[in-house]
Design a protein around this ligand. Structure first.
Ligand code: URA
Length: 232
C-alpha cells in the first residue's frame, strides 16, 4: 500500500497533507524519515509514525455504540435519526453498517463495522452467537410463561422461536439471552404470552459486553481483544 493511502485510510492526513508532511520529515517508516509519500509500505509489518507517534492500522472499522432510544439502525431512512449521525466525519465516510439491528425503541450495544465477511458470520444462524438483553415488562412474568418462552414459542406469523434463556431479576424484569434475531423478536415473544415489553436494552453481543462507561449515543473503537472475539 502507498504511504499516502495509509494516511488517508487511517484518517490521519489527506493525500496532500501527507505529501507536505513527508517533505518536512514528519513521517517515519520503521524509524527512518521518508520524504516520498508514494513509497510502498506494508501496514502489517512496518511501523509508520507521524510527528513521532505510531499510527495504528486496521483494515476495517469496528465500533461499539451505546444506541440511544429513538435512533434507527439504518443507513438511510428519511425523517429518522440514524445511529450513523452520531459517528465522527472520518467514520461516517466509510461504508459502515450495523451488525444486525436494534429497534428504534431499544437501547444498548450495537456493533458498527465495514467488515462484511465477519458481520455476516456473526449473524449467521450457524454460529449461534448469543445476545443478552435486559427487559422490563408491563405484567409479571409467570413461571409457566417463562418456561414456554424458554422452550420456544410460536409467534403470530407461525414462526417458532429457538430455545432461549430467561433470568428474571424481578416479577417484571430480567435478562433474556437469544441466539437468533428475528424482526422485533423479543417484543413478539412476550406478546405471545399476552405480555408487553416496556423497556429493552442489549448488554452483550457474543463475548463482547457493552462498555458501561459509554453513555447513550457514545461510541468507541473495539479493542484488539474485542475484535478477535467478534471475528471468532
Ligand atoms: N428483539 C426486539 O424485539 N427488539 C430488538 O431491538 C432486539 C431484539
Amino acid at each position: 500500500m502507498r504511504l499516502d493511502k495509509f494516511f488517508t485510510q487511517t484518517g490521519t492526513l489527506t493525500r496532500s497533507q501527507c505529501a507536505k508532511a513527508a517533505k518536512t520529515g514528519a513521517i517515519t517508516v520503521d524509524g527512518i524519515i521518508i520524504r516520498d509519500a508514494s513509497v510502498n509500505i506494508d501496514p502489517d509489518k512496518n511501523v509508520i509514525a507521524y510527528n513521532g507517534e505510531a499510527i495504528s492500522y486496521s483494515e476495517f472499522v469496528y465500533i461499539m455504540m451505546n444506541k440511544p432510544l429513538g435512533y434507527v439502525c439504518s443507513n438511510d431512512e428519511p425523517g429518522e435519526l440514524l445511529v450513523f449521525d452520531l459517528l465522527d466525519e472520518k467514520n461516517k465516510r466509510k461504508d459502515v453498517f450495523t451488525v444486525g439491528r436494534l429497534d428504534k425503541a431499544t437501547s444498548g450495544l450495537i456493533i458498527i463495522t465495514d467488515d462484511g465477511k465477519s458481520a455476516h458470520a456473526a449473524l449467521s444462524p450457524k454460529h449461534h452467537v448469543e445476545k443478552t438483553y435486559v427487559y422490563t415488562l408491563a405484567e409479571p412474568l409467570s413461571e409457566q410463561d417463562r418456561i414456554k418462552l424458554e422452550n420456544g414459542i410460536e409467534l403470530k406469523d407461525g414462526y417458532t422461536t429457538k430455545p432461549c434463556k430467561i433470568i428474571p431479576t424481578g416479577e417484571k424484569s430480567g435478562k433474556i439471552i437469544l441466539s437468533e434475531g428475528k424482526y422485533h423478536q423479543i417484543r413478539r415473544m412476550f406478546a405471545a404470552v399476552s405480555n408487553k415489553v416496556e423497556t429493552l436494552e442489549r448488554i452483550s453481543f457474543g463475548d463482547i459486553q457493552l462498555d458501561n462507561s459509554l453513555s447513550y449515543g457514545q461510541w468507541r473503537s473495539l479493542t484488539d481483544e474485542e475484535i478477535s472475539k467478534f471475528k471468532k
